[in-house]
Design a protein around this ligand. Structure first.
Ligand code: SAH
Length: 249
């Protein structure tokens, strides 16, 4: 049985309890070495076979899995459903008749919000979060350009793009964000060497360059990083919910 497991954003105690239990029971572990904390390897049994997928191809990963007896954990950073390249692995396992399941993880976009001590969905600011990336060596479908998505003015959390901030900044501005729209670069959210660089869309590229950040970071953009918003209806004394009768005015 193969278990795809989300390792969480970095801090070793942000893996789920289920994920940690699967790691403890694993006979074989294949982990994404470039982004998963090596401390997570402390969970595994002394006789667990450990492979770092950073220097493996898809064929090699599948060959290791096909060759295994017992429980295999395929450990992916954050939550496996985002930029995890798990679909291509699952399709190969389907073809080989190998059973698998998926254990979710805390994504880095949640880790970044926690690091920033912020809420992505503020009333009257944005009620939507766009998770995306800029086109690089991996192309992005035409309808999902940064420029097009920026036109929504929604909260944006941009993965895999910290090395392309010049183009990112231009596209965000062309899409309609103002120069003074707040932005933040969150490097290694929840790791011990986490860094937060606050800037605006207009200063995004210079801020990233000055900080020397070009990978392992999320770029967060939008009014949610500012101070103007409305209070929620949920805790409004005049608002009736399923659990609470609102006061009559
Ligand atoms: N599945 C992962 C994302 C994998 S793609 C998740 O849910 O988080 C790898 C990209 O995710 C990195 O280039 C970076 O943009 C982002 N990332 C992963 N961990 C991060 C962290 N701790 N802090 C900031 N960005 C991170």
């Amino acid at each position: 049985m193969v278990h795809f497991v989300g390792a969480g954003p970095g801090a070793v105690d942000l893996i789920t309890i289920r994920g940690a239990e699967l790691l403890k029971r694993a006979d074989t572990l294949i982990y994404t070495g470039s982004l998963v904390s090596a401390e997570l390897l402390d969970y595994v049994k002394p006789d667990c076979r450990v492979f770092n997928s950073a220097n493996m191809t898809l064929d090699e990963v599948i060959a290791v899995i096909a060759d295994c007896r017992g429980d295999i954990v395929r450990l992916h950073t954050g939550d496996p459903s985002l930029y995890g390249a798990i679909r291509e692995q699952m399709d190969r396992l389907n073809a080989l008749g190998i059973q698998y399941d998926v254990c979710p993880g805390v994504s880095s976009f949640s880790g970044a919000a926690a690091a920033l001590k912020t809420e992505y969905t503020l009333p009257n600011v944005s009620q939507s979060v766009i998770i995306t990336r800029i086109a690089g060596r991996t192309p992005v479908p035409d309808g999902e350009s940064i420029r097009g998505l920026a036109a929504h003015g929604a909260t944006m959390v941009i993965f895999l793009s910290a090395g392309m901030t010049a183009r990112l900044q231009s596209e965000l501005l062309e899409g309609g964000y103002r120069e003074d729209t707040p932005a933040a670069i969150v490097y290694k959210a929840t790791w011990s060497d986490q860094r937060i660089v606050r800037c605006t869309v207009g200063t995004l590229h210079s801020a990233a360059s000055d900080a020397g950040i070009s990978n392992h970071a999320l770029i967060c953009v939008g009014g949610f990083l500012g101070d103007d918003y409305e209070l929620s209806k949920l805790y409004d004394p005049a608002f009736t919910t399923a659990f609470r009768e609102g006061a009559q005015s």
